[in-house]
Design a protein around this ligand. Structure first.
Ligand SMILES: *Cc1c(COP(=O)(O)O)cnc(C)c1O
Length: 496
């Protein structure tokens, strides 16, 4: 059955999957949502005999219904190949009573690779299907990981350019270095004086700028988004939850139909929303455990039904979760409002106006699948140290937030169901924070000394993504004010 995509702000808008991938955001500012969530059409047993790529096809074909089998399989083959350092693509590691789903084996050693390896191919295919002649300009705001993963995904892809904005002082040194050393004539990287929300707001403004859109079109360009609001990112993220489940099944760790809990370190709410979709496709998931750092807007939301971004923005050691506006939450709000675009729009208007909104009691009652909690900086650090001490397994700062919240959940509820914790970054990406958590003595070492120290301590080879940037030259040094983003884009594209 064909899946069409509605805007969360206007039910009258309905587009095919390939159009939704191309547009990224709906013209009314809404996000595209599937008009229904398709059910898995293969049994879990059957799926448990499949490779990652095969599972990817079985899941994605249900959403991208206007792609041919050949098109979709071709995209999958180009995405999940030797760029990943393990054939499993997303391996599961058992440690201290939980399963860590390692989503960091791609080109930039963070989970964004899972979707951004395939998005460029989905986009190029979508452009062809829709007879688009313009060059596609990817505009992205990043809190660190998206930027590099998008750059790596789009670099050198014909018919595309990519411009990435990041908060100049809001990403880790390694994240910044990864971005500013990016090769490829079609890549542009800009630090802005502001935080991630400023970057994201600026990008949203550019997308909504009709005058600019017309000028771009006249000169052979059109914008698209690689941010996690694009359904071309959301859909590939559903895959690994299904894959994790069927791997556990294949290995005899769970029985068919047995429920698992899923724990996700959350920022923009994309990853956990993908798990929610997986559950609604029929995957036996119990609780969706939403883990926040000190920017605990979501924890407060699940507790009170009030989403309130009016608070201090805290810079933490899990910067990819330092977010006060979780864009993808809008898709959940729309759904718990009973797919009511009017109601959703009203709440989103309140969010952009007063910076807060409150959902109804009825909507609140539809949030039972979720459990929210948060971990402070100290708790996350203790979690890294504790897990390493107990098992020798080293996790990154984001994953530590999830592991800590999972422990809180298990203690509070006594729910002993098997848990899959989304492990969203390699510890090598946040080496300094990780090593400082393990022992204060590492404070004196340089970043790359720490990388080597972590390698010997965790007994893992330094990932290629890190080796590369040891010596790579800086190719991007552009910095601008948050008001200058439009001018910057025009200059890069040579737009008049
Ligand atoms: C992006 C990111 C997250 C947050 O994921 P969302 O989909 O934005 O909720 C968590 N951890 C890491 C390492 C990330 O890069």
């Amino acid at each position: 059955m064909e899946v069409l995509y509605n805007s969360t702000r206007n039910n009258g808008i309905q587009v095919k999957a390939s159009e939704a991938v191309l547009k990224g955001l709906s013209e009314d500012g809404g996000l595209f949502v599937p008009d229904h969530i398709p059910a898995l059409d293969k049994g879990l047993k059957e799926l448990s005999g499949m490779t990652y790529q095969e599972v990817a096809y079985e899941v994605m074909k249900l959403y991208l219904t206007d792609f041919t089998e050949e098109e979709l399989k071709d995209c999958i083959a180009k995405a999940y190949d030797g760029k990943f350092d393990t054939e499993a693509i997303a391996p599961l590691v058992s440690a201290d009573g939980a399963y860590y789903l390692e989503l960091f084996h791609g080109a930039t050693i963070a989970f964004k690779d899972m979707a951004l390896s395939i998005l460029p191919h989905l986009m190029i295919t979508s452009a062809k299907k829709n007879k688009v002649k313009n060059e596609i300009v990817i505009l992205t705001a990043t809190s660190g990981d998206t930027g590099k993963a998008a750059l790596a995904g789009f670099a050198g892809v014909e018919g595309t350019k990519i411009i990435v904005f990041y908060p100049k002082n809001g990403v880790s040194p390694i994240q910044e270095r990864q971005m500013v050393t990016q090769k490829g004539d079609n890549t542009y990287v800009v630090g802005i004086h502001g935080n991630f929300d400023d970057a994201q707001t600026g990008v949203k403004k550019l997308f909504a700028d009709r005058e600019l859109e017309e000028r771009l079109d006249r000169q052979g360009f059109q914008f698209s988004s690689a941010n996690s609001i694009n359904i071309g990112r959301l859909v590939p993220q559903i895959v690994y939850y299904v894959y994790a489940y069927v791997r556990l099944l294949a290995e005899g760790k769970i029985a068919e139909g047995e429920k698992i809990n899923v724990v996700v370190p959350t920022g923009n709410f994309g990853n956990i929303l993908a798990a929610f979709y997986a559950k609604n496709m029929g995957l036996p998931i119990g609780k969706l455990i939403c883990a926040s750092n000190d920017n605990k807007v979501l924890y407060d939301f699940f507790r009170t039904g009030v989403y309130d971004k009016n608070r201090e923005f805290v810079l933490t050691s899990s910067p990819s979760m330092d977010i006060l506006i979780s864009s993808n939450l809008e898709r959940l709000i729309y759904r718990i409002a009973g797919n009511d675009a009017k109601k959703n729009e009203e709440l989103m208007k309140a969010l952009s106006g007063e910076g807060k909104y409150e959902i109804t009691e009825e909507m609140k009652s539809r949030l039972e699948d979720f459990y929210g909690n948060f971990a402070t900086e100290e708790e996350a650090a203790e979690t890294i140290k504790g897990l390493y001490g107990k098992t020798g397994y080293v996790i990154d700062t984001h994953t530590a937030v999830a592991a800590c919240v999972y422990r809180k959940y298990a203690e509070e509820t006594k729910d002993g169901a098997p848990a899959v914790i989304a492990s969203t970054a390699s510890p090598f990406k946040f080496t300094r924070s990780v090593m400082n958590a393990i022992d204060g003595k590492y404070d004196r070492m340089t970043d790359f000394e720490l990388v080597d120290e972590l390698s010997s301590l965790a007994n893992i080879k330094v990932p290629a993504a890190i080796e590369e940037i040891r010596t790579a030259p800086v190719l991007h040094d552009h910095v601008c004010g948050k008001e200058e983003m439009k001018k910057t884009v025009e200059a890069f594209l040579g737009i008049k």
